[in-house]
Design a protein. Structure first.
Length: 243
């Protein structure tokens, strides 16, 4: 299962792979197969499109860059159960994609939620990486930041009446970014729900998963334990704006 009807002009994923439990993972790739692979994982509420410019730049530098839609996001499949949206499940998805690509010693990069996935996978030895890049994520997760992201993702659960409303919601969340004059680019951010309204591209069960969890502390502890075991070159990037 996935989000509702795609809007005209929504980019079609270049590739798909079977992830954990057979759930389909969608992604884009740049650069020729056989080159060193760099995987790019987006933050919560984002999609693979957040990494498009980075992927193209890496390909021009001689790498094969692969950006994934996390489960429950974008064009990837939705899990049957809310409890299947853990960081560990996303690590399983990343493992499956790397295996399908025949990746040896990939570099892995992730922003926010995606960075947490990378940290858990590399630190716990599930991903044999050459390097790790963490963007806006560290073992110490700030509750205020998590609350802001969750508030953005939880707004208008029944959908928006227009793309103008969608643009307004994004502008309020990211006031530093210039609001686009044309709204065509929002096609990759929303779908048309069964009620005819514009809904976000992610699975609403992810909100239930957060409610079922006991808070950010256990997740932060798992990140800290994984960070303590890191042995690969690691770069921490703190950005003022999203990628």
């Amino acid at each position: 299962m996935s989000a509702g009807e795609r809007l005209p002009g929504t980019p079609v994923p270049m590739l798909t792979w079977p992830g954990a439990d057979g759930l389909e993972i969608a992604g884009d790739a740049w650069g020729n197969p056989g080159r060193r692979i760099v995987t790019l994982l987006h933050g919560g509420g984002q999609t693979r499109h957040a990494w498009k410019n980075t992927g193209e730049t890496l390909a021009a530098a001689g790498y094969r860059a692969i950006a994934l839609d996390a489960r429950g996001h974008g064009d990837s499949g939705w899990a049957d159960n809310a409890d299947d949206y853990t960081g560990e499940k996303m690590v399983d998805d990343l493992q499956a994609v790397l295996k399908a690509e025949g990746a040896e010693k990939p570099a892995v990069a992730g922003a926010s939620m995606g960075g947490g996935t990378c940290l858990l996978g590399v630190g716990n030895g599930f991903i044999d990486a050459a390097a790790l890049v963490l963007v806006d994520i560290a073992p110490k997760v700030e509750p205020e930041g998590v609350a802001k992201i969750q508030a953005f993702m939880n707004q208008k659960p029944d959908g928006f009446d227009s793309l103008e409303e969608v643009a307004e919601a994004i502008a309020n969340y990211q006031p530093h970014r210039k609001r686009p004059r044309k709204l065509d680019g929002l096609a990759k951010n929303v779908r048309i729900g069964a009620n005819g309204k514009y809904v976000w591209h992610w699975d609403p069960k992810r909100r239930q998963a957060r409610a079922n969890a006991s808070g950010v502390t256990p997740y932060r502890e798992r990140l800290s334990l994984a960070a303590d075991k890191l042995t690969v070159p690691t770069l921490l990037v703190l950005s003022l704006i999203h990628i």
